[in-house]
Design a protein around this ligand. Structure first.
Ligand code: PMP
Length: 427
């Protein structure tokens, strides 16, 4: 940890921290390095979530800001046993370099895991293993987007995907979220306006982050029809596909894709452990082979050891048999958050009622700016993510994302009560 940064008194933004850092550097005579950065790096934005997590380190703050899984969902004992078995029987391969696209045994197991999201008839050449699905999103942005390309995104959408795409300088077309997922009339209208130039639609159709909504089966079919009619690609982020706890999750878009138009990505972060840094892509071999070339320049391959462990965790049914427990824990916490919102938030506020995932998205009075309100909330001991960072155009200033997966139930109640009181005070 940088000694200059750790003693900074307030949170503010990374811009504030950077200015203080620069002044300190000047005083002690260190050189200015900014001018050496590439144009692309200059366009980088720091993630507000990461900044927030830094700020809350070592402080008594109830964080509804992050997106951490509940550690009690990690199948710790099973992982321990599997790791030990691998170290006894398969250590030479697990500790060795491996293929760029992923360990063969793992890919075989991914075929079976993906089938639980309705994805069938895929083979190893349709699969690609990544360092978390974040790497997949970053690589896909680089694989598909040229500056000025038309890219449709949900409003709001996952901010780290937005940031990865922003580096490619696309022209974003926003599609509002409804209770039923992306507004498809609007998507069609956007596609029509670009006269065949819409290149891709990045979507999180199941337990959307941060919106908390899930698109039904009919919507999914229509989305694919629109994509086909207007000939654009669909990047489906299914990070929460296994985490639907009210009823059954609809099949993934990839499961309904008859044209090879959908590039699917998912992750082990929510169903095994985020520390494994494992994600995967399902797509046509043309896409996979390009990803492979690209990854050779990035990190050669995803760590072999975690791939062997995850493969065994699927083969032994550890992940599959853990689903009911994980879903039950998050359903209970979702209920605690919704009950607390009902009890403490002002009547002028509204919020999503997610059937899965880890987040509730709340809208407060138009008079309030949740970005400005955050500092006061932190002083009162609660953190959230201001909603604007989930909008490509930084609108949604009166929205906020609230995480229910990580904090213990009593902290969820207390955090929402503090936030509710603050909102009422400000009205
Ligand atoms: N997509 C979505 C929608 C997410 O919420 C996340 C994590 N918060 C990711 C992708 C990336 O997760 P990971 O890199 O851990 O797989």
């Amino acid at each position: 940890m940088c000694p200059f940064r750790s003693s900074l008194p307030t949170v503010r933004t990374s811009a504030f921290i950077d200015i203080s850092y620069k002044i300190t550097k000047k005083v002690i005579g260190f050189m200015e390095l900014e001018r050496f950065f590439s144009e692309q790096v200059k366009a980088m934005r720091s993630s507000e979530i990461r900044d927030l997590l830094k700020i809350t380190e070592g402080r008594e703050v109830i964080s509804l800001a992050g997106g951490l899984p509940d550690p009690s969902t990690f199948p710790r004992e099973d992982i321990k046993k599997i790791a030990e078995d691998i170290m006894d029987k398969n250590w030479e391969r697990a500790l060795q370099y491996t293929a760029t696209g992923g360990v063969e045994e793992f890919k075989k197991q991914l075929i079976s895991l993906s089938s639980l999201r309705g994805i069938s008839k895929i083979r190893e050449e349709n699969l690609f293993v990544t360092v978390g699905s974040q790497e997949a999103l970053y690589m896909l942005a680089n694989l598909l987007i040229d500056p000025g390309d038309q890219v449709a995104v949900e409003m709001p959408t996952y901010l780290a995907a937005l940031n990865a795409m922003r580096l490619r300088k696309p022209n974003f077309l926003g599609v509002e979220l409804t209770e039923e997922g992306a507004n498809l009339d609007q998507l069609e209208e956007r596609a029509k306006k670009t006269r065949g130039k819409l290149k891709l639609f990045y979507t999180i159709p199941t337990a959307q982050n941060p919106g908390g909504v899930t698109m039904g089966l009919e919507g999914r079919k229509r989305l694919l029809e629109i994509a086909s009619d207007y000939d654009f690609l669909v990047v489906e982020d299914d990070a929460y596909g296994f985490l639907v706890f009210d009823g059954d999750a609809p099949p993934s878009l990839k499961a309904l894709d008859t044209e090879g138009r959908v590039i699917y990505t998912s992750t082990f972060s929510k169903i095994l452990a985020p520390g494994f840094r494992l994600g995967w892509v399902v797509a046509e071999p043309e896409v996979i082979s390009k990803l492979e070339m690209m990854k050779q320049n990035v990190d050669l391959h995803t760590p072999s050891f975690t791939q062997y462990i995850a493969a065994e965790a699927i083969r032994r049914g550890v992940i599959q048999s853990n689903f009911p427990k994980v879903r039950a824990i998050y359903k209970r916490k979702r209920d605690v958050m919704l009950d607390s919102l009902e009890a403490h938030f002002p009547k002028s506020a509204s919020w999503s009622r997610p059937k899965g995932g880890m987040f509730v998205f709340a809208k407060v009075s138009e008079k309030l700016d949740t970005g400005i309100l955050l500092e006061e909330a932190l002083r009162k001991g609660v953190a959230y993510v201001p909603g604007a960072s989930f909008y490509h155009d930084f609108s949604g200033r009166n929205t906020m994302r609230l995480n229910f997966s990580f904090p213990p139930e009593e902290k969820l109640r207390e955090g929402i009560r503090i936030l509710g009181d603050l909102l009422k005070e400000k009205l």
